[in-house]
Design a protein around this ligand. Structure first.
Ligand code: UDP
Length: 197
């Protein structure tokens, strides 16, 4: 898989099918936390400003072509036939795959009522989905150790972070080493707001 550099950040050359296959592979590897972030032009400005975030982004396991700007730039600069892989669609497709394969999901982020409604939507859509835990995105910092415990106890293999950017990327950079069962962590921005309707 190619990773293109566009201005100050990167984007991976993969389509939706390949992105989903990689998510599945990350889970099947059975160890380590794999990070999946959305690559879009706005991040060209916010990511390089913060060294921590920059190295996190550089080392991400998957940088999906979420924004049309990245797709067009990859086409012009590298002659790639890259297509968009919107983060909110990858999240929903991952949920369908998880329901089918029995992977456990933890959803952290968004306002309480949004988080709750989004979980309900997913459960209605996929009756076999295992959402083993959820938490709204407004938890005080001193309660993070409890949240980490809950995520670990839940046995979740997939963690969706809906804290917005760069909060979600910084969260995973800070806590990834404490996560014991999570194999894929995707930053999903405002996706829960969309699912909540
Ligand atoms: N959010 C959160 N905690 C915070 C700040 C934001 O859970 O401390 C949530 C917010 O409720 C919303 C999402 O993060 O659901 C941000 O969505 P946005 O569309 O702004 O993110 P982007 O996709 O632009 O990164």
């Amino acid at each position: 898989m190619k990773r293109f550099k566009i201005l100050n950040i990167w984007v991976d050359e993969l389509n939706m099918k390949q992105a989903l296959e990689r998510v599945n592979e990350f889970i099947r590897i059975g160890k380590g936390v794999h990070t999946v972030f959305a690559s879009n032009p706005e991040k060209n400005f916010s990511v390089p400003e913060n060294q921590f975030l920059f190295s996190m982004f550089k080392q991400a396991d998957m940088l999906i072509p979420d924004g049309i700007g990245m797709v067009l730039a990859a086409r012009w600069l590298y002659g790639s036939n890259l297509e968009r892989v919107p983060g909110c669609e990858l999240m929903q497709n991952t949920c369908a795959m998880a329901a089918d394969k029995g992977y456990k999901i933890f959803i952290y982020g968004a306002k309480e009522e949004v988080n709750e409604a989004a979980v309900e939507t997913l459960k209605k859509r996929h009756p076999t989905i295992e959402i083993v835990g959820r938490q709204n995105g407004y938890l005080p910092e001193d309660e993070m150790p409890d949240l980490i415990d809950r995520i670990n106890q839940s046995g979740a293999e997939i963690l969706f972070l809906a804290l917005g950017s760069p909060k979600q990327e910084l969260w995973i950079a800070t806590y990834r080493d404490q996560l014991k069962t999570v194999r894929v962590c995707q930053g999903i921005g405002g996706t829960l707001d969309v699912l909540a309707g």
